[in-house]
Design a protein around this ligand. Structure first.
Ligand code: H79
Length: 466
């Protein structure tokens, strides 16, 4: 008979095995034809490609484009909703929106400074908008003049500069690229004059073959190798599942170790972000502005989230999440086996807003001390704990304590393993904390009377693995 604890152990083992074996979808991938495809270097198996991403756990999302200029206001009116959607929300005619390019001159942009902000925050990768739904291109694209070099007075290739700064600082550069395009004549049906996901454009295939794919090739070949190709706007009617599969294979053909999100295909279930089909295309799920209640064994995912209520800069959005909230979200996500992609929306001058910079610095300070409990960890092997979250590594369990016990006794339910050592992760001396058993599978750790870290104190349990 399998009792409850054995069942739990079995589940833990199954999850570990799945993590080790990886759930490779690449095996089913046939290679696309086409002269661009590098037939010498075959795509790597999924678990190989995902290794750095699992280790990384924390990345920076950057939404930057022409929408930073209106910054949430059009013709003197505050436009509700997310800032990068202002073209749609304010029904701005294409020629009027295009005028913004002539004003885009972010002279304070400093790629090195942005990368330092991400690095000091403990982030390991950067995903920046190469093109958002508005269609404006943030690099020197050869297939359009609607880009930062040809259409702005700034005339600097910000993606090139970021690519160099990332390489020099050991961060992976990744691109967010919108499939939906409100500007391109062959794609624009779903937007103009009013956005409707059910509209279609008879020339959409031409847009995909002659515009979208060449752009993806430019980005990978001239700015890569990239970490992730992060698609979005796949919900437009003209984008199909076969197009998604073709794009997935095309991207892997261009760079055999790249990772591609699930929004390349059509399977995503809304903002929940997971794919619902049996054989979903894409390497990871993309919950947006939410953290799933539970992780899914063997399924990779990344929660993307804003620090206030917008992705693209809005001058008057000051609904900033606290550092405490953000740090606890990071632990929550890690405890469920996910990655955290946290957004900044730089200004039209090229600056990351100060409230974001402050929070990122505080997160970085915590990670400098406690990073071991986040990077390269796997989901909690325990059921829910009442005081916080847990993460794990072989031989170690990290207790992330949000609510410190008033009696200095921390109860850890559901752990049968023998504990060889317990200490505070922030304690360089690793002063031993006393652990006693309470009943068959509950532990009690005697902790200092006051929480050493008001946001999240991490206790390490070294365990004998069963
Ligand atoms: O880039 C940021 C946003 O601009 C973009 N995604 C993040 C990362 C975004 N676009 N739209 N939204 C967020 C919200 C729109 C959701 C909907 Fe739908 C699109 C509702 C219906 C179509 C989501 C996708 C739910 C169904 C399909």
């Amino acid at each position: 008979m399998i009792n409850n604890t054995n069942k739990k152990r079995f589940v833990v083992l199954a999850v570990l095995m799945m993590a080790v074996c990886g759930l490779s979808s690449i095996a089913e991938c046939s290679e696309s034809s086409g002269s661009e495809i590098d037939t010498k270097s075959k795509p790597l198996a999924k678990q190989e490609r995902m290794k750095w991403w699992h280790e990384a756990r924390f990345g920076m999302f950057i939404h930057w484009g022409l929408y930073a200029i209106p910054a949430g206001e059009w013709k003197g009116k505050k436009i509700p909703g997310i800032g990068e959607w202002i073209m749609d929300r304010a029904h701005i005619p294409i020629p009027d929106y295009e005028q913004l390019a002539g004003q885009f001159n972010p002279v304070k942009f400093d790629a090195e400074q942005w990368v330092q902000i991400a690095k000091n925050a403990g982030m390991k990768y950067i995903v920046i908008t190469s093109k958002h739904h508005d269609g404006f291109c943030m690099w020197d694209s050869k297939v359009t003049n609607y880009d930062i070099i040809d259409a702005t007075p700034f005339k600097r290739d910000v993606l090139k500069e970021l690519s160099r700064a990332c390489r020099e600082n050991g961060l992976r550069l990744c691109f967010y690229h919108s499939i939906m395009d409100w500007h391109h004549p062959d794609a624009q049906g779903p937007y103009y004059p009013n956005y409707d996901a059910q509209n279609s454009n008879p020339n959409f295939t031409r847009y995909v073959e002659n515009y979208l794919k060449p752009q993806i090739k430019e980005l990978i070949k001239n700015y890569g190798p990239l970490g992730v190709m992060w698609f979005d706007g796949e919900w437009v009617k003209d984008w199909t599942e076969p197009m998604g599969r073709d794009m997935y294979n095309y991207v892997l053909g261009l760079q055999p170790d790249i990772i591609i999100n699930n929004r390349v295909g059509k399977g995503r279930k809304g903002l929940e972000g997971f794919s619902d089909s049996k054989e979903p295309v894409g390497d990871f799920g993309t919950p947006e502005q939410r953290i799933p209640a539970k992780g899914l064994p063997g399924v990779d995912w990344e929660s993307c989230m804003t620090m206030n209520d917008t992705w693209g800069y809005k001058s008057y959005d000051d609904k900033w999440k606290s550092t405490e909230d953000l740090l606890r979200k990071l632990a929550d996500i890690a405890s469920k086996g996910g990655n955290f992609l946290l957004n900044v929306g730089p200004t039209a001058e090229g600056l990351i807003p100060e409230p974001s910079v402050e929070r990122l610095a505080e997160i970085g300070q915590w990670l400098k001390v406690n990073g071991e409990s986040i990077y390269g960890t796997t989901a909690s092997p325990l059921d829910e704990v009442p005081w916080g979250r847990c993460t794990a590594k072989p031989g170690k369990i990290y207790l992330h304590v949000f609510d410190w016990p008033t009696d200095a006794k921390l109860e850890v339910p559901g752990l049968e393993n023998t504990i060889t050592k317990a200490y505070l992760l922030a304690d360089k001396e690793k002063t031993i904390l006393t652990v006693t058993r309470k009943g068959e599978d509950n532990l009690v750790v005697t902790v200092p009377p006051e929480a050493p870290d008001k946001i999240n104190t991490v206790i390490v349990l070294e365990i004998k693995e069963k």
